[in-house]
Ligand binder design. Structure first.
Ligand SMILES: Cc1ncc(COP(=O)(O)O)c(C=O)c1O
Length: 322
């Protein structure tokens, strides 16, 4: 029995026999205990890999697990493989069916997290992207809340800037690039905050360490554009649609750091954080210092949608066969 209580995510998992879970590795479905890479694997040595984080939600009424935005995540994964010169890559349908089959084989009856990825698998020394083989993997584990989404979270502006597009593209979900996010998250947590607000090299608000940013100003929902070194979040895109469906005006534009100090509401969204209202930034209360009405309403709609209770958003969900 392996347990790991070091992260909130793992703590939420409780006691899970990780090694006994089925994963997809080098073209086969195997117990995690058998999925081993060499110490010389290029991705291990240089971070040359891309990944996705996907949630699956257990629908208690139907006794069924649903994968959220499977297709959208697979499309992003394929784009990101292109960034790292990984070709050929199977079609969206082929990758999606491997992901669904991996989850199915674990027979989860609770929420789960799915991590598919591609990595440079050649065992070699020498930093580069070209002339290397690549392999796909899928890992899936039972998963609860990554951070508490109900009480509102506290942000601090990180002193670590987001890696610029001409350094390591943030849109790429590149494993090595996540060291940048790790600096930010640890700085925030070690200083007693829940999350980091990350600025671009030019000082604009970009996103959080692993979540996209939304700000409410005078009833308008504002979010930074994809050109401000954000990950092009799948949840962000869905949230823009959800808000517009609710009749809320959405503006996609650059957000100044100081706008956060005068915002009426702020919330983060992403696969991990889901929808997390922010109540404080850099020791300044957001709005009235409590969860605001727009963030609360969108959060409620989002959770209803992912649990399969809103027919108009059923296309977000893919049933996982028994
Ligand atoms: C840096 C970063 N930004 C934003 C997000 C949110 O993206 P998504 O909604 O696709 O999960 C993530 C991942 O969760 C992330 O790692």
């Amino acid at each position: 029995m392996l347990t790991d209580k070091q992260t909130a995510a793992h703590a939420a998992m409780g006691e899970v026999d990780l090694e006994g879970l089925t994963c997809y590795f080098e073209g086969e479905y195997v117990p995690m205990a058998e999925a081993r890479v060499s110490i010389l694997t290029h991705a291990f040595l240089y971070g040359t890999a891309v990944f996705e984080g996907i949630r699956a939600y257990w629908n208690q009424e139907q006794g069924r697990l649903y994968g959220l935005f499977i297709r959208e995540h697979v499309e992003r994964l394929r784009h990101n493989c292109r960034l790292l010169l990984m070709e050929p890559i199977p079609s969206v349908d082929e990758i999606a069916s491997i992901i669904l089959e991996t989850v199915r084989r674990n027979s989860f009856k609770e929420d789960a997290y799915i991590r598919p990825g591609y990595y440079k698998s050649t065992r070699t020394i020498g930093v580069r992207l070209h002339a290397l083989d690549h392999e796909m993997y899928v890992v899936t584990i039972p998963f609860g809340d990554y951070i508490d989404t109900e009480s509102g979270i506290r942000l601090m502006t990180s002193s670590w800037r987001r890696n610029a597009d001409d350094a390591i593209p943030a849109r790429g979900k590149i494993v090595g690039g996540y060291v940048n996010m790790a600096f930010q998250k640890s700085e925030a947590e070690l200083n007693g905050f829940d999350e980091a607000l990350v600025l671009t090299a030019d000082g604009a608000a970009s996103e959080a360490s692993a979540a996209n940013l939304f700000v409410v100003r005078d009833g308008v929902l504002v979010t930074p554009p994809v050109t401000d070194d954000i990950l092009e979040g799948v949840t962000r895109k869905a949230m823009i649609g959800l808000a517009r469906d609710e009749g809320i005006e959405v503006e996609v534009r650059t957000v100044d750091r100081s706008e956060l100090y005068v915002a009426d509401e702020i919330f983060l969204c992403g696969t991990g954080v889901q929808v997390s209202p922010v109540i404080e930034v850099d020791h300044r209360a957001v709005g009235a210092g409590e969860i605001g009405p727009i963030g609360r309403a969108l959060r409620t709609r989002y959770f209803e949608a992912v649990r399969g209770r809103l027919p108009q958003y059923r296309h977000w969900l893919t049933p996982i066969a028994d």
